[in-house]
Ligand binder design. Structure first.
Ligand SMILES: Nc1ncnc2c1ncn2[C@@H]1O[C@H](COP(=O)(O)OP(=O)(O)OP(=O)(O)O)[C@@H](O)[C@H]1O
Ligand SMILES: [Mg+2]
Length: 367
């Protein structure tokens, strides 16, 4: 267990800047998730922490020790990959024992430690089998057991569940999280799956194009995205975005979109003062709008806009309505019980407490 600190980490491959000035502190025993689209630099960040890549600039600290140039074997880290990478010619026992044998751990201690790891991963009865006699899920458990058997200071996992089927993935994600809680190892977990990130992480670092866009708990990332990228990346279906002008009429602060106008509460006046008569990007999530009267929560700040149902996507528990407000389509999430008809005129109630407004140029959230 150790605190990990990344300081201004930059890594280039030829002309490609894989990661750029990454700063991140991972607390002792924390489970942090690096989340972002393909190619954003997640694996490169992890490999710099493991010692498999040397950054071009910046430093990696384990506690107070600068490990930037330390070889992987001297870092006390373990890594689990998407592809399991268990050795086919070795039994499960020998696979898990392997990292201990390299460290010349005495035979009796090896047996004890392998059994401890196998017990935690619930694969004790598989110790004599070979990888080809295991399911994908069991093989992944072996890979995790092999990673924790040395009791690493830092556990790195790179999309470890993405080769498993959907049901197993859901099961394994809670098991891995419980395991991490039990052994309290500082864990850095890479995924591009936002549900995996939200459910497992103590904190999430959202990455895009080699940079960290925001670090926060699932709640912070979802409810207070600090920029347009995070707002659009987290949440499914994604947040609705539209352009609007900030105006002031009859002493009211207004958002004037192409098809409708929204009057804002007084508290936004000072925040939006410098945006008067300028265009901003406004965002609202599909789940923060309502159609049926009896479904509208009492604690929202309602604002009605008119539209026509253009398309209906039933998902079982929920239904996604595409509502045409004149010149744009807004996605609204309603309960699956709502009987929507294409062409029907509807009043959509927005919750003004859930509006997000972004600077058009910097893409930063204004509040
Ligand atoms: N060894 C390499 N040589 C050249 N370019 C590389 C190398 N490794 C990574 N890159 C590039 O660096 C960028 C970041 O790659 P990285 O593998 O870190 O992304 P990632 O976020 O893990 O993506 P994915 O979700 O697809 O695994 C990409 O543009 C990738 O093509
Ligand atoms: Mg990767």
């Amino acid at each position: 267990m150790v605190k990990v600190r990344l300081e201004n980490l930059t890594k280039r491959f030829g002309k490609v800047v894989a990661i750029s000035k990454v700063n991140l502190t991972i607390r002792d025993g924390e489970f942090i998730v690096l989340l972002g689209p393909s190619g954003c630099g997640k694996t490169t960040t992890l490999r710099c922490i493991a010692g498999l890549e040397i950054p071009d600039e910046g430093k990696v600290f384990f506690g107070d020790q600068d490990v930037t140039l330390l070889p992987p074997k001297d870092r006390n880290v373990s890594m689990v990959f998407q592809s399991y990478a268990v050795w086919p010619h070795m039994s499960v026992f020998d696979n898990i024992a392997f990292p201990l044998k390299i460290k010349n751990v005495p035979e009796s201690e090896v047996k004890k430690r392998v059994e401890w790891a196998a017990e935690l991963l619930k694969i004790k009865e598989l110790l004599n089998r070979y990888p080809h006699q295991l399911s994908g899920g069991q093989r992944q458990r072996v890979a995790v057991a092999r990673a924790i058997v040395i009791e690493p200071a830092v556990l790195l996992m790179d999309e470890p569940l993405s080769n498993l089927d959907a049901l197993l993935r859901v099961m394994m994600r809670s098991e891995l999280k419980k395991l991490q809680r039990k052994i309290k190892v500082t864990t850095i977990y890479v995924t591009h799956d936002q549900v995996e990130a939200m459910t497992m992480a103590d904190r999430i670092a959202v990455m895009n194009q080699g940079k960290i866009m925001q670090v926060g708990t699932s709640d912070e990332i979802y409810n207070k995205p600090s920029n347009l990228f995070v707002a659009g990346f987290i949440g499914s279906p994604r947040m609705n975005f539209f352009d609007a002008t900030i105006a002031e009429k009859e002493d009211k602060i207004l958002i004037e979109a192409q098809d409708f106008t929204i009057a804002l509460e007084e508290k936004y006046r000072s925040i939006l003062a410098e945006y008067l008569n300028k265009t901003v990007t406004v965002g609202i999530r599909p789940e923060h709008m309502y159609i049926e009267k009896h479904m509208i929560p009492t604690d929202i700040k309602p604002w009605k806009i008119k539209g026509k149902i253009d398309f209906v996507e039933p998902l079982g528990s929920d239904t996604i309505l595409h509502v045409n407000t004149g010149s744009m389509l807004i996605l609204v999430k309603v309960p699956g019980s709502y009987r929507a008809k294409i062409g029907e005129e509807v009043e959509v109630v927005l919750d003004l407490n859930q509006l997000h407004i972004f600077d058009k140029k910097s893409e930063k959230a204004l509040f």
